[in-house]
Design a protein around this ligand. Structure first.
Ligand SMILES: *[C@@H]1O[C@H](CO)[C@@H](O)[C@H](O)[C@H]1NC(C)=O
Ligand SMILES: *[C@@H]1O[C@H](CO)[C@@H](O)[C@H](O)[C@H]1NC(C)=O
Ligand SMILES: *[C@@H]1O[C@H](CO)[C@@H](O)[C@H](O)[C@H]1NC(C)=O
Ligand SMILES: *[C@@H]1O[C@H](CO)[C@@H](O)[C@H](O)[C@H]1NC(C)=O
Length: 556
Protein backbone atom coordinates (compact mmCIF):
# COMPACT_ATOMS: atom_id res chain seq x y z
CA UNK A 1 0.00 0.00 0.00
CA UNK A 2 2.69 2.47 1.01
CA UNK A 3 4.72 1.65 -2.11
CA UNK A 4 1.65 2.45 -4.21
CA UNK A 5 1.42 5.81 -2.50
CA UNK A 6 5.15 6.42 -3.05
CA UNK A 7 4.68 5.52 -6.71
CA UNK A 8 1.63 7.77 -7.04
CA UNK A 9 3.49 10.62 -5.37
CA UNK A 10 6.38 10.14 -7.82
CA UNK A 11 4.07 10.05 -10.81
CA UNK A 12 2.28 13.17 -9.64
CA UNK A 13 5.46 15.10 -8.87
CA UNK A 14 6.84 14.18 -12.30
CA UNK A 15 3.69 15.62 -13.81
CA UNK A 16 4.15 18.98 -12.04
CA UNK A 17 3.40 21.63 -14.63
CA UNK A 18 3.41 25.37 -15.01
CA UNK A 19 -0.03 26.96 -15.12
CA UNK A 20 0.01 30.48 -16.55
CA UNK A 21 -2.71 33.11 -16.31
CA UNK A 22 -2.67 36.44 -18.14
CA UNK A 23 -4.88 38.77 -16.15
CA UNK A 24 -5.85 42.15 -17.55
CA UNK A 25 -7.48 43.91 -14.60
CA UNK A 26 -10.10 46.49 -15.57
CA UNK A 27 -13.55 47.93 -14.93
CA UNK A 28 -16.66 46.12 -16.15
CA UNK A 29 -20.35 46.45 -15.34
CA UNK A 30 -22.11 43.72 -13.40
CA UNK A 31 -25.43 43.20 -11.61
CA UNK A 32 -25.01 40.24 -9.29
CA UNK A 33 -28.12 41.12 -7.27
CA UNK A 34 -30.06 43.05 -9.90
CA UNK A 35 -28.34 46.38 -9.23
CA UNK A 36 -25.86 47.33 -11.95
CA UNK A 37 -22.55 48.88 -10.90
CA UNK A 38 -18.93 49.07 -12.07
CA UNK A 39 -16.87 46.20 -10.67
CA UNK A 40 -13.24 45.21 -11.08
CA UNK A 41 -13.06 42.37 -13.57
CA UNK A 42 -10.37 40.38 -15.34
CA UNK A 43 -10.05 40.14 -19.14
CA UNK A 44 -13.34 41.99 -19.49
CA UNK A 45 -15.26 39.54 -17.32
CA UNK A 46 -16.79 39.32 -13.88
CA UNK A 47 -17.00 37.01 -11.90
CA UNK A 48 -13.27 36.67 -12.38
CA UNK A 49 -11.65 33.35 -13.40
CA UNK A 50 -10.99 30.48 -11.00
CA UNK A 51 -7.32 29.57 -10.65
CA UNK A 52 -6.94 25.80 -10.64
CA UNK A 53 -3.84 23.62 -10.37
CA UNK A 54 -2.45 20.55 -8.66
CA UNK A 55 -0.31 20.75 -5.58
CA UNK A 56 3.32 21.20 -6.64
CA UNK A 57 2.54 22.94 -9.93
CA UNK A 58 4.09 26.33 -10.62
CA UNK A 59 1.53 29.10 -10.98
CA UNK A 60 2.43 32.19 -12.98
CA UNK A 61 0.06 35.14 -12.97
CA UNK A 62 0.89 38.03 -15.28
CA UNK A 63 -1.18 40.87 -13.83
CA UNK A 64 -1.68 44.04 -15.85
CA UNK A 65 -3.39 47.02 -14.23
CA UNK A 66 -5.77 48.50 -16.80
CA UNK A 67 -8.00 50.22 -14.22
CA UNK A 68 -6.75 53.64 -15.29
CA UNK A 69 -7.68 55.31 -12.02
CA UNK A 70 -6.67 52.94 -9.19
CA UNK A 71 -3.56 51.03 -8.18
CA UNK A 72 -3.84 47.30 -7.44
CA UNK A 73 -2.09 44.08 -6.38
CA UNK A 74 -2.97 40.38 -6.04
CA UNK A 75 -2.62 38.11 -3.02
CA UNK A 76 -3.02 34.33 -3.30
CA UNK A 77 -4.69 33.54 -0.01
CA UNK A 78 -3.57 30.21 1.43
CA UNK A 79 -0.30 29.83 -0.49
CA UNK A 80 2.73 29.37 1.75
CA UNK A 81 4.99 31.29 -0.70
CA UNK A 82 8.07 29.50 0.64
CA UNK A 83 11.03 31.27 -1.00
CA UNK A 84 8.70 33.41 -3.14
CA UNK A 85 7.74 36.17 -0.66
CA UNK A 86 7.76 38.92 -3.33
CA UNK A 87 4.77 37.13 -4.92
CA UNK A 88 2.62 37.24 -1.77
CA UNK A 89 0.99 40.51 -2.78
CA UNK A 90 -0.02 42.74 0.17
CA UNK A 91 0.89 46.33 -0.67
CA UNK A 92 3.35 47.83 1.79
CA UNK A 93 4.31 44.37 3.05
CA UNK A 94 5.74 42.47 0.07
CA UNK A 95 5.38 44.94 -2.80
CA UNK A 96 4.49 48.44 -3.89
CA UNK A 97 1.10 48.74 -5.56
CA UNK A 98 0.90 48.19 -9.30
CA UNK A 99 0.16 51.62 -10.78
CA UNK A 100 -2.26 52.02 -13.70
CA UNK A 101 -0.63 50.90 -16.95
CA UNK A 102 1.99 48.74 -15.20
CA UNK A 103 2.31 44.98 -14.80
CA UNK A 104 3.64 42.60 -12.20
CA UNK A 105 4.30 38.88 -12.51
CA UNK A 106 3.53 36.58 -9.58
CA UNK A 107 5.19 33.16 -9.59
CA UNK A 108 4.92 30.57 -6.85
CA UNK A 109 4.48 26.88 -6.12
CA UNK A 110 0.89 25.71 -5.65
CA UNK A 111 1.00 24.53 -2.03
CA UNK A 112 -0.67 23.63 0.24
CA UNK A 113 -3.61 21.92 -1.48
CA UNK A 114 -7.03 23.18 -0.54
CA UNK A 115 -9.82 25.55 -1.42
CA UNK A 116 -8.28 28.99 -1.57
CA UNK A 117 -8.91 32.34 -3.21
CA UNK A 118 -7.04 35.28 -4.63
CA UNK A 119 -7.80 38.94 -4.19
CA UNK A 120 -6.53 42.49 -4.36
CA UNK A 121 -4.50 43.40 -1.28
CA UNK A 122 -4.41 47.12 -1.93
CA UNK A 123 -6.41 49.63 0.13
CA UNK A 124 -9.56 47.60 0.80
CA UNK A 125 -10.15 47.15 -2.93
CA UNK A 126 -11.27 43.51 -3.20
CA UNK A 127 -14.93 44.09 -2.21
CA UNK A 128 -15.25 46.04 -5.49
CA UNK A 129 -15.02 42.65 -7.19
CA UNK A 130 -11.35 41.74 -7.46
CA UNK A 131 -11.61 38.41 -5.63
CA UNK A 132 -11.87 34.93 -7.13
CA UNK A 133 -11.64 31.27 -6.26
CA UNK A 134 -8.45 29.21 -6.33
CA UNK A 135 -8.52 25.43 -6.11
CA UNK A 136 -5.31 23.50 -5.48
CA UNK A 137 -5.97 19.79 -5.90
CA UNK A 138 -4.48 16.95 -3.89
CA UNK A 139 -5.46 14.08 -6.22
CA UNK A 140 -4.52 11.30 -3.77
CA UNK A 141 -6.62 12.78 -0.98
CA UNK A 142 -9.52 13.47 -3.34
CA UNK A 143 -9.39 9.85 -4.52
CA UNK A 144 -9.43 8.69 -0.90
CA UNK A 145 -12.69 10.58 -0.34
CA UNK A 146 -14.36 8.57 -3.09
CA UNK A 147 -16.33 11.56 -4.37
CA UNK A 148 -18.10 11.47 -7.70
CA UNK A 149 -17.96 15.20 -8.38
CA UNK A 150 -16.41 18.40 -7.05
CA UNK A 151 -18.43 21.60 -6.83
CA UNK A 152 -17.03 24.97 -5.80
CA UNK A 153 -18.72 28.23 -4.93
CA UNK A 154 -18.15 31.39 -2.95
CA UNK A 155 -20.31 33.28 -0.51
CA UNK A 156 -19.99 36.98 0.22
CA UNK A 157 -21.59 40.18 1.28
CA UNK A 158 -22.03 42.80 -1.45
CA UNK A 159 -22.14 46.60 -1.58
CA UNK A 160 -23.85 48.73 -4.20
CA UNK A 161 -21.51 51.64 -3.51
CA UNK A 162 -17.80 51.55 -4.32
CA UNK A 163 -15.13 51.09 -1.68
CA UNK A 164 -13.24 54.40 -2.00
CA UNK A 165 -16.31 56.43 -1.00
CA UNK A 166 -17.44 54.00 1.69
CA UNK A 167 -13.90 53.87 3.06
CA UNK A 168 -13.71 57.63 3.23
CA UNK A 169 -16.90 57.73 5.32
CA UNK A 170 -15.84 54.80 7.51
CA UNK A 171 -12.40 56.23 8.30
CA UNK A 172 -13.48 59.84 8.67
CA UNK A 173 -13.52 61.80 11.94
CA UNK A 174 -17.32 61.87 11.62
CA UNK A 175 -17.45 58.16 12.45
CA UNK A 176 -16.04 58.14 15.98
CA UNK A 177 -17.45 54.72 16.87
CA UNK A 178 -16.02 53.04 13.75
CA UNK A 179 -19.46 52.00 12.58
CA UNK A 180 -19.16 49.63 9.61
CA UNK A 181 -20.98 50.28 6.33
CA UNK A 182 -23.89 47.85 5.93
CA UNK A 183 -23.74 45.58 2.88
CA UNK A 184 -26.74 45.68 0.53
CA UNK A 185 -27.04 41.96 -0.09
CA UNK A 186 -25.50 38.54 0.23
CA UNK A 187 -24.28 36.53 -2.76
CA UNK A 188 -23.69 32.87 -3.46
CA UNK A 189 -21.11 32.46 -6.22
CA UNK A 190 -21.42 36.15 -7.07
CA UNK A 191 -25.17 36.06 -7.57
CA UNK A 192 -28.22 36.60 -5.40
CA UNK A 193 -29.61 33.55 -7.20
CA UNK A 194 -27.77 30.62 -5.66
CA UNK A 195 -26.57 27.96 -8.11
CA UNK A 196 -28.70 24.82 -8.35
CA UNK A 197 -26.78 21.77 -7.24
CA UNK A 198 -27.74 18.84 -9.45
CA UNK A 199 -27.45 15.67 -7.38
CA UNK A 200 -27.96 12.05 -8.30
CA UNK A 201 -29.18 9.54 -5.69
CA UNK A 202 -26.40 8.05 -3.58
CA UNK A 203 -23.58 9.98 -5.29
CA UNK A 204 -20.93 11.75 -3.23
CA UNK A 205 -20.09 15.41 -3.75
CA UNK A 206 -17.12 17.41 -2.53
CA UNK A 207 -18.27 20.98 -1.99
CA UNK A 208 -15.54 23.61 -1.79
CA UNK A 209 -16.92 26.75 -0.18
CA UNK A 210 -14.98 29.98 0.30
CA UNK A 211 -16.07 33.24 1.90
CA UNK A 212 -14.83 36.21 -0.12
CA UNK A 213 -16.72 38.63 2.15
CA UNK A 214 -15.58 42.11 3.02
CA UNK A 215 -17.16 41.91 6.44
CA UNK A 216 -19.93 39.49 7.27
CA UNK A 217 -19.78 35.82 8.17
CA UNK A 218 -22.33 33.52 6.55
CA UNK A 219 -23.88 30.25 7.62
CA UNK A 220 -24.84 27.36 5.36
CA UNK A 221 -27.35 24.64 5.92
CA UNK A 222 -28.68 21.95 3.57
CA UNK A 223 -32.21 20.63 3.97
CA UNK A 224 -32.31 16.85 4.36
CA UNK A 225 -28.52 16.47 4.04
CA UNK A 226 -25.70 16.61 6.53
CA UNK A 227 -22.25 17.93 5.74
CA UNK A 228 -19.13 15.92 6.43
CA UNK A 229 -16.36 18.46 6.95
CA UNK A 230 -13.08 17.13 5.50
CA UNK A 231 -11.01 20.28 5.09
CA UNK A 232 -10.64 23.83 6.36
CA UNK A 233 -8.50 26.42 4.59
CA UNK A 234 -5.41 24.49 3.41
CA UNK A 235 -5.75 21.75 6.03
CA UNK A 236 -7.21 18.28 5.44
CA UNK A 237 -9.05 17.09 8.56
CA UNK A 238 -10.59 13.91 9.94
CA UNK A 239 -14.25 13.82 8.82
CA UNK A 240 -16.74 15.45 11.12
CA UNK A 241 -20.48 15.57 10.51
CA UNK A 242 -22.56 18.70 11.07
CA UNK A 243 -25.88 20.31 10.15
CA UNK A 244 -24.53 23.82 9.70
CA UNK A 245 -21.28 25.71 9.30
CA UNK A 246 -20.41 29.37 9.67
CA UNK A 247 -17.78 30.75 7.28
CA UNK A 248 -16.20 34.14 7.94
CA UNK A 249 -14.24 36.44 5.62
CA UNK A 250 -11.29 34.54 4.19
CA UNK A 251 -12.24 31.10 5.53
CA UNK A 252 -12.85 27.97 3.45
CA UNK A 253 -14.62 24.67 4.08
CA UNK A 254 -14.42 21.41 2.14
CA UNK A 255 -17.46 19.29 2.86
CA UNK A 256 -18.69 15.98 1.50
CA UNK A 257 -22.43 15.61 0.95
CA UNK A 258 -23.94 12.26 0.04
CA UNK A 259 -27.01 12.33 -2.15
CA UNK A 260 -30.07 10.70 -0.60
CA UNK A 261 -30.45 7.13 -1.81
CA UNK A 262 -34.09 7.35 -2.77
CA UNK A 263 -35.22 10.98 -2.69
CA UNK A 264 -38.86 11.65 -3.38
CA UNK A 265 -38.29 15.37 -3.80
CA UNK A 266 -35.65 18.08 -4.25
CA UNK A 267 -34.34 20.14 -1.34
CA UNK A 268 -33.40 23.68 -0.37
CA UNK A 269 -30.17 25.01 0.96
CA UNK A 270 -29.87 28.22 2.83
CA UNK A 271 -27.07 30.76 3.07
CA UNK A 272 -27.57 33.45 5.69
CA UNK A 273 -25.52 36.53 6.42
CA UNK A 274 -24.62 37.19 10.02
CA UNK A 275 -25.51 40.75 10.95
CA UNK A 276 -23.94 40.85 14.41
CA UNK A 277 -21.18 43.22 13.26
CA UNK A 278 -23.64 45.84 12.07
CA UNK A 279 -24.96 48.67 14.18
CA UNK A 280 -27.74 49.47 11.76
CA UNK A 281 -29.50 46.93 9.61
CA UNK A 282 -31.20 48.64 6.67
CA UNK A 283 -34.74 47.37 6.17
CA UNK A 284 -34.11 46.61 2.49
CA UNK A 285 -30.91 44.64 3.14
CA UNK A 286 -31.14 41.11 1.73
CA UNK A 287 -29.47 38.78 4.20
CA UNK A 288 -30.63 35.43 2.90
CA UNK A 289 -30.09 33.41 -0.25
CA UNK A 290 -31.83 30.14 -0.91
CA UNK A 291 -30.70 27.53 -3.43
CA UNK A 292 -31.83 24.10 -4.56
CA UNK A 293 -30.39 20.61 -4.47
CA UNK A 294 -32.28 19.19 -7.36
CA UNK A 295 -32.75 15.49 -8.01
CA UNK A 296 -33.66 14.21 -11.44
CA UNK A 297 -34.61 10.54 -11.48
CA UNK A 298 -35.59 8.70 -14.66
CA UNK A 299 -35.62 12.06 -16.42
CA UNK A 300 -38.18 13.40 -13.98
CA UNK A 301 -37.23 16.49 -12.00
CA UNK A 302 -38.36 15.97 -8.43
CA UNK A 303 -40.39 18.87 -6.99
CA UNK A 304 -39.04 20.94 -4.13
CA UNK A 305 -40.21 19.80 -0.72
CA UNK A 306 -42.44 22.39 0.90
CA UNK A 307 -41.50 23.21 4.42
CA UNK A 308 -40.56 26.13 6.58
CA UNK A 309 -36.86 25.37 6.09
CA UNK A 310 -36.19 28.90 4.87
CA UNK A 311 -37.11 30.17 8.31
CA UNK A 312 -35.08 27.66 10.25
CA UNK A 313 -32.90 29.30 12.83
CA UNK A 314 -29.39 28.14 13.44
CA UNK A 315 -28.43 27.35 16.95
CA UNK A 316 -24.91 27.02 18.26
CA UNK A 317 -25.54 23.36 18.89
CA UNK A 318 -26.17 22.59 15.22
CA UNK A 319 -23.25 24.72 13.98
CA UNK A 320 -19.80 23.18 13.81
CA UNK A 321 -17.18 24.40 16.29
CA UNK A 322 -13.96 24.38 14.24
CA UNK A 323 -11.91 23.83 17.42
CA UNK A 324 -13.10 20.21 17.39
CA UNK A 325 -11.48 19.46 14.01
CA UNK A 326 -8.28 17.44 13.87
CA UNK A 327 -5.76 17.73 11.02
CA UNK A 328 -5.06 14.55 9.03
CA UNK A 329 -1.30 15.08 9.37
CA UNK A 330 -1.63 14.58 13.15
CA UNK A 331 0.78 17.43 13.85
CA UNK A 332 1.41 17.47 17.59
CA UNK A 333 1.14 20.56 19.77
CA UNK A 334 4.22 22.67 19.04
CA UNK A 335 6.36 22.88 22.15
CA UNK A 336 8.31 24.48 23.79
CA UNK A 337 7.50 28.08 22.95
CA UNK A 338 10.57 30.09 21.94
CA UNK A 339 8.88 33.44 21.50
CA UNK A 340 5.52 34.72 22.70
CA UNK A 341 3.81 37.76 21.21
CA UNK A 342 0.92 39.42 23.01
CA UNK A 343 -1.47 41.39 20.84
CA UNK A 344 -4.49 43.37 21.89
CA UNK A 345 -7.36 44.69 19.77
CA UNK A 346 -7.48 48.38 20.53
CA UNK A 347 -10.03 50.52 18.70
CA UNK A 348 -9.35 54.16 19.47
CA UNK A 349 -10.88 57.38 18.22
CA UNK A 350 -8.16 59.88 17.29
CA UNK A 351 -9.67 63.37 17.31
CA UNK A 352 -9.55 64.95 13.87
CA UNK A 353 -8.51 61.65 12.30
CA UNK A 354 -11.11 59.00 12.96
CA UNK A 355 -11.48 55.59 14.48
CA UNK A 356 -8.46 53.31 14.06
CA UNK A 357 -7.62 49.84 15.36
CA UNK A 358 -4.24 48.61 16.51
CA UNK A 359 -2.96 45.14 17.41
CA UNK A 360 0.44 46.28 18.63
CA UNK A 361 1.72 49.70 19.66
CA UNK A 362 -0.10 51.63 16.93
CA UNK A 363 -2.44 51.12 13.97
CA UNK A 364 -0.68 49.71 10.89
CA UNK A 365 0.00 52.34 8.25
CA UNK A 366 1.29 51.44 4.81
CA UNK A 367 5.04 52.07 4.70
CA UNK A 368 6.76 53.83 1.82
CA UNK A 369 9.09 50.87 1.34
CA UNK A 370 7.49 47.39 1.51
CA UNK A 371 8.69 45.73 4.71
CA UNK A 372 9.98 42.72 2.73
CA UNK A 373 12.23 45.01 0.69
CA UNK A 374 13.50 46.57 3.93
CA UNK A 375 14.29 43.08 5.25
CA UNK A 376 16.13 42.23 2.03
CA UNK A 377 18.18 45.44 1.88
CA UNK A 378 19.34 46.18 5.41
CA UNK A 379 21.87 43.41 6.07
CA UNK A 380 22.28 42.58 9.74
CA UNK A 381 20.03 45.46 10.81
CA UNK A 382 17.11 43.50 9.35
CA UNK A 383 16.70 41.70 12.67
CA UNK A 384 16.16 45.02 14.47
CA UNK A 385 12.41 45.82 14.48
CA UNK A 386 13.25 49.54 14.46
CA UNK A 387 14.38 49.46 10.80
CA UNK A 388 10.85 48.72 9.66
CA UNK A 389 9.33 51.84 11.18
CA UNK A 390 6.91 51.70 14.12
CA UNK A 391 3.92 52.15 11.80
CA UNK A 392 4.07 48.54 10.62
CA UNK A 393 3.89 47.01 14.10
CA UNK A 394 6.96 44.84 13.43
CA UNK A 395 7.84 41.60 15.25
CA UNK A 396 11.07 39.81 14.31
CA UNK A 397 10.89 36.01 14.62
CA UNK A 398 14.03 33.93 14.90
CA UNK A 399 14.59 31.05 12.55
CA UNK A 400 13.14 27.73 13.66
CA UNK A 401 11.66 28.97 16.92
CA UNK A 402 8.15 28.09 17.99
CA UNK A 403 6.14 31.29 18.04
CA UNK A 404 3.06 31.77 20.19
CA UNK A 405 0.61 34.58 19.48
CA UNK A 406 -1.88 35.50 22.20
CA UNK A 407 -4.59 37.81 20.89
CA UNK A 408 -7.01 39.45 23.31
CA UNK A 409 -10.17 41.04 21.90
CA UNK A 410 -12.03 43.22 24.41
CA UNK A 411 -14.56 44.31 21.78
CA UNK A 412 -18.17 43.19 21.57
CA UNK A 413 -17.52 41.78 18.08
CA UNK A 414 -15.54 38.79 16.83
CA UNK A 415 -12.76 39.22 14.23
CA UNK A 416 -11.57 36.71 11.58
CA UNK A 417 -7.77 36.92 11.91
CA UNK A 418 -5.52 35.82 9.04
CA UNK A 419 -1.81 35.10 8.95
CA UNK A 420 0.07 34.99 5.67
CA UNK A 421 2.74 32.34 5.08
CA UNK A 422 1.52 29.84 7.71
CA UNK A 423 -1.18 27.51 8.85
CA UNK A 424 -1.07 27.99 12.59
CA UNK A 425 -2.22 25.72 15.37
CA UNK A 426 -5.09 27.16 17.41
CA UNK A 427 -4.21 25.85 20.84
CA UNK A 428 -6.77 27.74 22.92
CA UNK A 429 -9.76 30.00 22.41
CA UNK A 430 -12.34 31.32 24.82
CA UNK A 431 -14.00 34.25 26.49
CA UNK A 432 -12.30 36.80 28.70
CA UNK A 433 -8.53 36.65 28.77
CA UNK A 434 -6.22 33.65 28.57
CA UNK A 435 -5.13 32.34 31.95
CA UNK A 436 -1.87 31.00 30.50
CA UNK A 437 -2.69 27.48 31.69
CA UNK A 438 -0.89 25.01 29.42
CA UNK A 439 -1.95 21.84 31.26
CA UNK A 440 -5.03 21.08 29.22
CA UNK A 441 -3.92 22.00 25.72
CA UNK A 442 -4.99 19.71 22.86
CA UNK A 443 -2.45 17.05 21.88
CA UNK A 444 -3.25 17.58 18.20
CA UNK A 445 -4.63 21.11 17.81
CA UNK A 446 -6.84 22.39 15.01
CA UNK A 447 -4.94 24.23 12.25
CA UNK A 448 -6.01 26.77 9.66
CA UNK A 449 -5.06 30.19 8.29
CA UNK A 450 -8.07 32.34 9.28
CA UNK A 451 -9.55 31.94 12.73
CA UNK A 452 -12.20 33.84 14.61
CA UNK A 453 -11.31 35.57 17.86
CA UNK A 454 -14.56 35.68 19.87
CA UNK A 455 -16.19 38.87 21.12
CA UNK A 456 -14.77 39.67 24.57
CA UNK A 457 -12.41 36.76 24.14
CA UNK A 458 -9.01 35.49 23.08
CA UNK A 459 -7.16 32.90 21.08
CA UNK A 460 -3.69 31.44 21.30
CA UNK A 461 -1.84 30.36 18.15
CA UNK A 462 1.40 28.51 17.63
CA UNK A 463 3.55 27.96 14.56
CA UNK A 464 7.15 27.17 13.79
CA UNK A 465 9.17 29.98 12.19
CA UNK A 466 10.23 27.75 9.29
CA UNK A 467 9.17 29.98 6.39
CA UNK A 468 11.61 32.90 6.13
CA UNK A 469 9.67 35.91 4.90
CA UNK A 470 7.68 38.97 5.87
CA UNK A 471 4.16 37.91 6.71
CA UNK A 472 1.14 40.06 7.37
CA UNK A 473 -1.13 39.21 10.31
CA UNK A 474 -4.44 41.05 10.10
CA UNK A 475 -8.18 41.11 10.52
CA UNK A 476 -9.88 39.91 7.33
CA UNK A 477 -12.71 42.39 7.73
CA UNK A 478 -11.37 44.65 5.00
CA UNK A 479 -12.61 47.78 6.78
CA UNK A 480 -10.66 46.88 9.88
CA UNK A 481 -7.50 46.25 7.89
CA UNK A 482 -7.88 49.71 6.33
CA UNK A 483 -8.21 51.07 9.87
CA UNK A 484 -4.84 49.56 10.78
CA UNK A 485 -5.76 46.25 12.41
CA UNK A 486 -2.56 44.47 11.44
CA UNK A 487 0.94 43.52 12.50
CA UNK A 488 3.99 42.46 10.49
CA UNK A 489 5.94 39.30 11.27
CA UNK A 490 9.51 39.45 9.99
CA UNK A 491 10.48 35.82 10.03
CA UNK A 492 14.15 34.73 9.99
CA UNK A 493 15.45 37.75 8.06
CA UNK A 494 18.99 36.29 8.14
CA UNK A 495 17.80 33.18 6.28
CA UNK A 496 15.52 35.22 4.06
CA UNK A 497 18.42 37.29 2.70
CA UNK A 498 20.07 34.07 1.43
CA UNK A 499 16.86 32.92 -0.27
CA UNK A 500 15.35 35.95 -1.94
CA UNK A 501 16.24 39.27 -3.52
CA UNK A 502 14.20 42.31 -4.47
CA UNK A 503 12.77 41.57 -7.93
CA UNK A 504 13.64 44.11 -10.62
CA UNK A 505 10.01 44.50 -11.64
CA UNK A 506 9.08 45.05 -7.99
CA UNK A 507 11.73 47.73 -7.55
CA UNK A 508 10.61 49.45 -10.72
CA UNK A 509 6.95 49.80 -9.66
CA UNK A 510 8.18 51.37 -6.40
CA UNK A 511 10.52 53.88 -8.01
CA UNK A 512 8.04 54.75 -10.76
CA UNK A 513 5.72 55.98 -8.00
CA UNK A 514 8.43 57.93 -6.22
CA UNK A 515 9.14 55.33 -3.52
CA UNK A 516 12.52 53.84 -2.83
CA UNK A 517 12.75 50.06 -3.11
CA UNK A 518 14.94 49.67 -0.04
CA UNK A 519 15.15 51.45 3.24
CA UNK A 520 16.31 51.65 6.81
CA UNK A 521 14.24 53.48 9.41
CA UNK A 522 16.38 52.99 12.49
CA UNK A 523 16.03 55.96 14.78
CA UNK A 524 12.96 57.36 13.08
CA UNK A 525 10.23 58.14 15.57
CA UNK A 526 8.65 61.41 14.50
CA UNK A 527 6.91 62.70 11.41
CA UNK A 528 9.76 65.09 10.66
CA UNK A 529 12.24 62.18 10.73
CA UNK A 530 10.09 60.53 8.09
CA UNK A 531 9.93 63.64 5.97
CA UNK A 532 13.70 63.99 6.05
CA UNK A 533 14.27 60.32 5.19
CA UNK A 534 12.71 59.67 1.84
CA UNK A 535 13.54 55.97 2.10
CA UNK A 536 11.88 55.54 5.41
CA UNK A 537 8.75 53.70 6.29
CA UNK A 538 5.93 55.79 7.60
CA UNK A 539 4.50 56.00 11.09
CA UNK A 540 0.98 56.54 12.28
CA UNK A 541 0.73 59.97 13.74
CA UNK A 542 -2.07 61.84 15.32
CA UNK A 543 -1.91 64.84 13.04
CA UNK A 544 -4.00 65.21 9.91
CA UNK A 545 -1.11 63.48 8.17
CA UNK A 546 -2.20 60.14 9.61
CA UNK A 547 -5.68 60.72 8.27
CA UNK A 548 -4.32 61.56 4.85
CA UNK A 549 -1.99 58.54 4.88
CA UNK A 550 -4.81 56.18 5.50
CA UNK A 551 -7.18 57.89 3.11
CA UNK A 552 -5.20 58.62 -0.02
CA UNK A 553 -4.85 55.21 -1.56
CA UNK A 554 -5.92 56.13 -5.07
CA UNK A 555 -4.15 57.78 -7.93
CA UNK A 556 -6.03 61.01 -8.55
C1 LIG B 1 -12.51 54.58 -11.59
O1 LIG B 1 -13.27 54.38 -12.76
C2 LIG B 1 -14.42 53.56 -12.60
C3 LIG B 1 -14.99 53.26 -13.97
O2 LIG B 1 -15.32 54.43 -14.62
C4 LIG B 1 -15.38 54.24 -11.67
O3 LIG B 1 -16.56 53.50 -11.54
C5 LIG B 1 -14.68 54.40 -10.33
O4 LIG B 1 -15.51 55.11 -9.45
C6 LIG B 1 -13.37 55.18 -10.49
N1 LIG B 1 -12.64 55.09 -9.23
C7 LIG B 1 -12.18 56.17 -8.61
C8 LIG B 1 -11.42 55.98 -7.36
O5 LIG B 1 -12.37 57.30 -9.03
C1 LIG C 1 -19.23 29.13 -9.22
O1 LIG C 1 -18.57 30.03 -10.08
C2 LIG C 1 -17.39 29.53 -10.70
C3 LIG C 1 -16.81 30.60 -11.59
O2 LIG C 1 -16.92 31.85 -11.06
C4 LIG C 1 -17.70 28.29 -11.51
O3 LIG C 1 -16.51 27.76 -12.02
C5 LIG C 1 -18.40 27.27 -10.62
O4 LIG C 1 -18.76 26.15 -11.37
C6 LIG C 1 -19.64 27.88 -9.98
N1 LIG C 1 -20.23 26.94 -9.06
C7 LIG C 1 -21.48 26.47 -9.19
C8 LIG C 1 -21.94 25.53 -8.13
O5 LIG C 1 -22.19 26.80 -10.10
C1 LIG D 1 -40.80 32.81 6.71
O1 LIG D 1 -40.28 34.14 6.77
C2 LIG D 1 -40.81 34.98 5.77
C3 LIG D 1 -40.11 36.33 5.85
O2 LIG D 1 -38.96 36.29 6.63
C4 LIG D 1 -42.33 35.12 6.00
O3 LIG D 1 -42.84 35.93 4.96
C5 LIG D 1 -42.97 33.75 5.95
O4 LIG D 1 -44.32 33.87 6.27
C6 LIG D 1 -42.31 32.79 6.92
N1 LIG D 1 -42.82 31.45 6.70
C7 LIG D 1 -43.15 30.61 7.69
C8 LIG D 1 -43.64 29.28 7.28
O5 LIG D 1 -43.02 30.91 8.86
C1 LIG E 1 -5.18 52.02 23.02
O1 LIG E 1 -4.49 52.93 22.19
C2 LIG E 1 -4.47 54.26 22.71
C3 LIG E 1 -3.82 55.14 21.66
O2 LIG E 1 -2.52 54.72 21.37
C4 LIG E 1 -3.75 54.28 24.02
O3 LIG E 1 -3.79 55.59 24.56
C5 LIG E 1 -4.44 53.32 24.99
O4 LIG E 1 -3.69 53.25 26.18
C6 LIG E 1 -4.52 51.93 24.37
N1 LIG E 1 -5.33 51.08 25.25
C7 LIG E 1 -4.86 49.96 25.76
C8 LIG E 1 -5.77 49.24 26.68
O5 LIG E 1 -3.75 49.52 25.50
Amino acid sequence: MSSIIVLLTLVISCLAKTVTYDFDIGWVLASPDGYTRPVIGINGQWPIPTIEANEGDTIVVNAKNSLGNETTSLHFHGMSQQGTGPSDGPVGVTQCSIPPGSSFTYQFTATPAGTHWYHSHDHAQYPDGLRGQMIIHDPIWEASLGVDQQIHFSISDWYHNQMPGLLHTYLSPNNPTGELPSPDSFLVNDSSTAPTLNFLPGKKYLLRIVSVSALACGSIQFQGHQMIVVGIDGVEVYPETTDAITICAGQRYNVVIVGQSNPSNSFSYLVKMSTTMLTTIPSNMKTEVQGTISYTIDNILKPLISSSFSNSTLSDSTTLDDMTLKPLDNQLLLNPVGQSIDLYVNQTYYPGIGSRISLGSQPWVEPKVPSLYTALSTGESASDPAVYGPGVSPYVLSSGSIVQVVLTNPEAHPHPMHMHGHEFQVIARGSGTWDGNTNSLPIIPMKRDVVLVPANGYFVLRFRANNPGVWFFHCHIDWHLAAGMAATFIEAPDQLQKLESIPLQGASICTSQGYAASGNCAGVTTTSDITSNANCNTIFNTNTDGYVNALSPYVS
